[in-house]
Design a protein around this ligand. Sequence first.
Ligand SMILES: Nc1ncnc2c1ncn2[C@@H]1O[C@H](COP(=O)(O)OP(=O)(O)O)[C@@H](O)[C@H]1O
Ligand SMILES: [Mg+2]
Length: 379
Amino acid sequence: MTGEQTLSDTPWLEQGAEPFIKIRGVTKKFGEFTAVDNIDLDIYQGELFCLLGGSGCGKSTLLRMLSGFETPTSGSITIDGMDMSNVPPYERPTNMMFQSYALFPHMTVEKNVAFGLKQDKIPVAEINDRVHDILTLVELQDYKKRKPQQLSGGQKQRVALARALVKQPKLLLLDEPLAALDKKLREQTQFELMNIQEKVGITFVVVTHDQEEAMTLSTRIAVMNDGEFMQLGTPTEIYEFPESRFVADFIGSANMLEGRIVEDGPDHVRVKTDLGEVFIDHGQSVKEGSRVWIAIRPEKMHLSKEPPLKPGPNQAFGMVDDIGYLGDISIYKIRLENNQIIDVTAPNQIRPKSRTHTITWEEKVYLHWQASSAVLLTK
Ligand SMILES: Nc1ncnc2c1ncn2[C@@H]1O[C@H](COP(=O)(O)OP(=O)(O)O)[C@@H](O)[C@H]1O
Ligand SMILES: [Mg+2]
């Protein structure tokens, strides 16, 4: 089903590439309340783009404006070169898959999937072919005579996906598509969804509040809060280079140290914090003396029972306050001298001779991290 032309993996980096969706200055107000606040966004063909944020931040409202179920208060949306201002939902090149799946309970899988095509008065032979192809794609051929209540949660989700894809939209909008599934199934279904999207080559815009899901699925993520974008980037960019405390904290977890810039050199930054000096091995253009925050991921903190060979930057000292055993990893909660708790994670390999292996409650420990591990944040 994929077209002849090969799409770039990173169209957003390509000079002059034409976005498939252009959102310009889009605002949505409900009375006095601003649900979506002056958003600009380009999405490229073939992307699996995620709108990620907590409940009520405006994700669904933005998605619904793409589908045409909601009209922007101001701003414009262009899809595939066409201004959507006066285009009703059913004339847009989009289709929407809802969280509830909204399957017809009295119809078989096959009839559920064929329903939209029948309404469009597509010839029966073509309907049969398209339904067959799409059920094969989502691996539900053997279930086509079943009714929704005879299916598992994951199978229902695939029927809903098939029903949305069979209409061959240019853009599929998915609002929390996996929220009804339990954790294990959700993880498996994330990979299925990615594979299917890759096979059909259709642009997907997915709304989710689940950061792991967004990280797994997406080509790019927009992190939303209070109707605004906090950051836009690839999963790696957002995780490794958060631009604000909000994003550092929202995506994964981050230890946050407050401090002041002592020196901003061309290839390094030195920051004075309560816990001593932090040295970061890249420059950043921040004013000396200004207040900043240092974010360090728990997996980038190293724990040791031995004091460092010599004192220096990027070190701290504390006491083990708590240990959480999660099977594959353990989380150590380290209470520092200023009472701040720092999270450190370490994988649970069998390492009988390792020092960290024997670290236990109430023990004195030393922390250190590499100069490249700390992220400097100014907001
Ligand atoms: N039709 C509506 N009328 C009034 N307020 C609405 C309407 N739809 C959404 N909202 C409000 O707009 C905000 C964003 O909603 P929504 O986009 O559904 O959030 P999300 O999908 O991120 O959880 C919420 O505070 C919600 O209560
Ligand atoms: Mg929502």
